[in-house]
Design a protein around this ligand. Structure first.
Ligand code: ACO
Length: 320
């Protein structure tokens, strides 16, 4: 059967790491509060010359190197971001030019779920024969749309990028590849997590606004639901899963979701302590880390999941 197989992963972080202690010098907060409520200890913040496209390009290049493919092999780039370099053109086309790739390139806007959405879209396009080799990227510079005077949001986010190379391959039933992706959205909750501006309303990008408690409550329920949905349809059980690579919003959301599924935290890849919430970048960043440090191995059954503004949420089951 034809499947989209992950042939390589890559990631990139800005040069500057900012610890909670450092943040507490300019924001009315403390390391203790942030660690206790979120599990976050540090985040990376983009500096001059570092943008969503430069981070995305670096992550994608590393994924291509790991996969051993050349720019001319890539015929599709799907890039998830809520913080594009420009309102238009799509940041994916900037990355395409920087890498020297051809084919189709476009952005997907699903905020923190963006990478799962992009993986689902790229996988569908590959299964339909539109593309043979895709770069799927999640990249953000969330620091540029934070209100640094709002301690309820600015301590939670960070910048970064992650990428995978997907290649269309004829594999046996128990072989590698994306097995199943489920995507959902519910626009009625738009107001719980959003920016207070945009090109068509204020003519600005706006800044992040969030009702944290409500988001938390919806996240745990929606994530548990979509994970159950994927397990049911794929006919795997939670015990079959080798690794869960979740969106890294808050350590307490990761723990609550794992508990609901009956999964031990030893099977969950956690990077929120180091990276904070990097929105669309968080899942591919965590995936790359766990592949490179040898935790995730060929043949492993891996569940990716995310929930974000919209609300949007989804999960993808794959065999490495
Ligand atoms: N430092 C110190 N104190 C703070 C800070 C801060 N950075 N932020 C808020 N506080 C204070 C509040 O002012 C409040 O004080 P008060 O009781 O005197 O009024 C107190 O801490 C409690 O605030 P709450 O908002 O009730 O704290 P809560 O326990 O809900 O934690 C948090 C807030 C961490 C945002 C939590 O609700 C959360 O993680 N929600 C999920 C949101 C999320 O992760 N969104 C990311 C995008 S969506 C996604 O990825 C799933």
């Amino acid at each position: 059967m034809i499947r989209s197989v992950i042939k390589g992963t890559g990631s990139a972080l800005p040069a500057r790491k900012v610890t909670n202690e450092e943040l507490a010098k300019t924001v009315d907060t403390s390391d203790e509060w942030i660690v206790e409520r979120t599990g976050i200890r540090s985040r990376y913040i983009a500096g001059e010359g570092e943008t969503t496209s430069t981070l995305a390009t670096m992550a994608a290049q590393r994924a291509m190197d790991a996969a051993g493919i050349a720019p001319e092999d890539v015929d599709l780039i799907v890039l998830a971001t809520a913080t594009p370099d420009q309102t238009f053109p799509a940041t994916a086309t900037t990355v395409q030019a920087a890498l020297g790739c051809r084919g189709a390139a476009f952005d997907v806007a699903a905020v923190c779920s963006g990478f799962i959405y992009s993986l689902g879209v790229a996988d569908s396009m590959m299964r339909s024969g539109f593309a043979k080799c895709a770069l799927v990227i999640g990249a953000e510079t969330m620091s540029r749309i934070l209100n640094w005077d709002d301690r309820t949001t600015c301590v939670l986010f960070g910048d970064g990028a992650g990428a995978v190379v997907l290649q269309s391959e004829d594999v046996p039933e128990d072989g590698p590849g994306v097995l199943l992706t489920k995507l959902h959205s519910d626009g009625r909750h738009n107001g719980l997590l959003h920016t207070d501006g945009g090109p068509s309303t204020t003519g600005t990008s706006g800044k992040v606004q969030m009702r944290g408690r409500e988001v938390f409550r919806h996240a745990v329920v929606n994530l548990a639901d979509v994970l159950q949905e994927v397990l049911k349809e794929s006919q795997f059980s939670a015990e079959n899963i080798d690794w869960v690579v979740p969106h890294q919003a808050n350590a307490r959301i990761l723990e609550a979701t794992a508990k609901k599924l009956g999964l031990p935290m030893e099977k969950v890849v956690v990077t929120v302590d180091q990276h904070a919430n990097t929105s669309a970048a968080s899942v591919p960043l965590a995936l790359d880390l766990a592949v490179r440090d040898g935790r995730i191995k060929p043949g492993d059954l891996v569940m990716l999941e995310a929930m974000g503004g919209g609300f949007t949420w989804g999960a993808s089951l794959l065999r490495m």
